[in-house]
Design a protein around this ligand. Structure first.
Ligand code: DOR
Ligand code: ZN
Length: 349
């Protein structure tokens, strides 16, 4: 068990981020160093324009990421494919033969940022899921229905009822990660289902609820999908993350968008937490009197699920009040981080 020493220093195995948006081009160049200085590896989301739908595109994207890493960085991008209505079992078979494509991502059509090539009906990818089950490649799921008649706060729960229950029944050996879970419904489902299903939890869903986004004014930098829920769901997420159950592990869903795109008439979804990700999680775990559970959640359970070794390096966090930047100004854009201008209780040493 990890403990905090007399100097208020917590040392843990280097963490991995099992759900990260890095984008490409200039945004990638601007943000990559932030994750690379915190995380040893990351599962990199494929929702670029155009999306990363095959192994060749994943190879090129990986090379782009490696080419812009800070000098000396040992950060390892683990790549994913974006599933569309046209993905073929063959695409999975090819990807499974590489050592760098680790999973494929299912975005329901229209569910979130860059999901217009997402899957319109899960039946369309049944042969693909069959192949994923066969080659034992995890499917990463954005678990929300998109029907207009379903309230945005219920979309995760309805997805579980209408899609996931049947999916788990039809593919009992398919490994599934229900990504960025936000509700007690999702936690209960993951707990009650076979060990083939796990979930990532973001720092922002541990540290905030919908009041933080909506009381006293609309705060666009808290807007993400799935949207923040009410506080009882936040409490359930904190309990799950700090429970020591290996089905729950770290995935920041850090998703950079420019300040102007966020603060517009129709602001886009995404919370940027990469600069302080591990400190944010440490703050949430300590608030729950569970800092001793951070290492398992951040550095072991995800690796166990993906079947990759633990990192051999460590990081240290010091308990110290730390201010989060108000914004990050890059040459051609400004990005506002989660909890901009606020303080947290930990700092990466
Ligand atoms: O808030 C979100 N932003 N949720 C997602 O699922 C996608 C992400 C993005 O790519 O910006
Ligand atoms: Zn995401």
């Amino acid at each position: 068990m990890t403990t905090v020493n007399k100097k208020d220093i917590l040392t843990i195995i280097s963490p991995d981020d099992f759900h990260l948006h890095l984008r490409s081009g200039n945004i990638l160049k601007s943000v990559i160093g932030m994750s690379a200085s915190q995380m040893k590896r990351a599962i990199v989301m494929p929702n670029l324009t155009p999306p990363i739908t095959n192994t060749n595109a994943a190879r090129l994207y990986r090379e782009e990421i490696l080419s812009v890493l800070p000098k000396g960085s040992k950060f390892e991008p683990l790549m994913t494919l974006y599933l569309t209505d046209n993905t073929k079992a063959y695409d999975i078979n090819i990807a499974a033969q590489t050592d760098f494509v680790k999973a494929a991502k299912l975005y329901p059509l229209g569910a979130t940022t860059n999901s217009d090539n997402g899957v319109s009906d899960i039946k369309n990818i049944y042969p693909v899921l069959e192949e994923m089950q066969k080659v034992d490649m995890p499917v990463l799921i954005h678990g929300e229905v998109t029907r207009h008649d379903v309230d945005i706060f219920d979309r995760e729960a309805v997805f579980i009822e209408e899609v996931l229950v049947k999916l788990v029944h039809d593919f009992p050996n398919l490994r599934i990660v229900l990504e960025h879970i936000t509700s007690k419904d999702a936690i209960d489902f993951v707990l009650q289902t076979s060990k083939k299903i796990a979930a990532t939890i973001t720092a922002h869903h541990l540290l905030a609820n919908r009041n933080d986004m909506l009381v006293g004014g609309i705060r666009p930098h808290y807007y993400c999908l799935p949207v923040l829920k009410r506080s009882n769901h936040q409490a359930a997420l904190i309990k799950a993350a700090t429970s020591g159950n290996p089905k729950f592990f770290l995935g920041t869903d850090s998703a950079p968008h420019s300040k102007t795109e966020k603060q517009s008439e129709c602001g886009c979804a995404g919370v940027f937490s990469a600069p302080n990700a591990i400190e944010l999680y440490a703050t949430a775990f300590e608030k729950a009197n569970s800092i001793d559970k951070l290492e398992d959640f951040a550095s072991k359970f995800g690796a166990d699920f993906y079947g990759i070794p633990y990192n051999t390096t460590t990081i240290s966090l010091q308990k110290q009040t730390t201010s989060i930047a108000k914004e990050y100004k890059f040459s051609d854009l400004t990005i506002v981080p989660f909890m901009a201008g606020q303080t947290i209780n930990w700092r990466l040493v």
